[in-house]
Design a protein around this ligand. Structure first.
Ligand SMILES: NC(=O)c1ccc[n+]([C@@H]2O[C@H](COP(=O)([O-])OP(=O)(O)OC[C@H]3O[C@@H](n4cnc5c(N)ncnc54)[C@H](OP(=O)(O)O)[C@@H]3O)[C@@H](O)[C@H]2O)c1
Length: 310
């Protein structure tokens, strides 16, 4: 069968990651992409998910559905984060196995690694010491997904791959004032300040934690690249290799939207992990690397932000 005819079930196709994967699959000429709205198939519903997968029998499942958010949401809604992520992914992974689907791309997050992991973080750091408390519930759910894929590969000889992306940004991101990630939150705040001629804004935390950031289309490319690969490893880090302090991202955004502004730091808000940069040498060994610069990625992201909200 031609690569472009494989039957792919993509979950979460309206989200930041899923919509990027969908766009790029279409652009590349993939003809057989299955998506379904949450209203028609809530992935928390085990029997419906199992039936759907048995009926569709996809060759590949890419799971981009999940409950996702920034530091505030991760801490406040930790019960929802652990429950929804573990149930959705268990339904997808076990349902795919029952439907005879041998190939899954499971998406985790760099927060599965210990708070004080040696930098840049290698895949082997998993479970080597304690997690960051604010996102522990989310991380535990994701670790369960990783271990589940590993166990199914071991026992059932499947080819389930877990890609661990770093912080992402791009078109279609979530700009919710409390639940978004740090980068879209900064874009929204600085844009709002410019529009309303506000000359000083507060940034959550000290501004000092370092974050690696990657344009979402680079992750989409990684998903497409690895879905065609049979890999020896089931856990593979996906990152840009580029990191900066949160305060420097704020300065970058202000400069790139041409606005001079002062930043103050709300130190009563938590910082989270001090640094989390991924070691991506394993992905590079397989032949994948990120290619979008922050300047180009930001231009596309801000254009989309203006189209959606201005
Ligand atoms: N964003 C990042 O910086 C980042 C970084 C690393 C890893 N990731 C991983 O990438 C994946 C996707 O994240 P994202 O940023 O694209 O999140 P997102 O924008 O919030 O999209 C998630 C999608 O999943 C859907 N979904 C959630 N629960 C569902 C359910 N029960 N049934 C059906 N659909 C459901 C959501 O639909 P509704 O909106 O209708 O609920 C949404 O379309 C996640 O696994 C995440 O861990 C993201």
């Amino acid at each position: 069968m031609s690569k472009k005819n494989v039957k792919i079930f993509l979950t979460g196709h309206k989200g930041l990651v899923g919509s990027s994967i969908f766009r790029i699959l279409k652009k590349r000429g993939y003809k057989n992409i299955i998506t379904i709205d949450k209203k028609k198939l809530n992935l928390l519903d085990q029997s419906k998910v199992f039936k759907f997968l048995k009926r569709k029998k996809p060759d590949i499942v890419i799971n981009a559905a999940g409950k996702v958010g920034g530091i505030f949401a991760n801490e406040k809604y930790q019960a929802e984060f652990i429950y929804e992520n573990s149930v959705v992914q268990s339904n997808i992974i076990h349902g795919s196995y029952l439907a005879g689907t041998k190939n899954i791309i499971f998406l985790g997050s760099s927060c599965i690694y210990p708070k004080f992991a040696k930098q840049p973080i290698k895949e082997e750091a998993l479970l080597s010491s304690a997690l960051e408390k604010t996102n522990e519930a989310y991380a535990i759910a994701k670790i369960e997904g990783v271990k589940m894929c590993h166990a199914y590969n071991y026992q059932y000889k499947t080819n389930y791959k877990c890609l661990m992306p770093t912080n992402l940004y791009g078109p279609n991101d979530n700009y919710h004032s409390q639940n978004s990630h740090f980068f879209p939150a900064l874009i929204k705040k600085i844009h709002h300040a410019k529009k309303n001629k506000i000359k000083q804004i507060f940034i959550w935390g000290s501004g000092n934690p370092k974050r690696e950031l990657m344009y979402v289309d680079d992750l989409a490319e990684a998903c497409i690249f690895f879905m065609h690969k049979k890999t020896k490893h089931s856990l593979i880090n996906i990152g840009s290799g580029k990191e900066m302090k949160i305060k420097d991202y704020a300065k970058f955004i202000a400069k790139n939207i041409n606005y001079e502004i002062n930043f103050k730091y709300d130190k009563f808000k938590k910082d989270g992990t001090p640094r989390k940069t991924l070691n991506t040498s394993l992905a590079k060994k397989y032949g994948w690397k990120a290619k979008t610069s922050l300047e180009i990625g930001f231009k596309k992201t801000y254009k989309n932000f203006l189209e959606r909200f201005a």
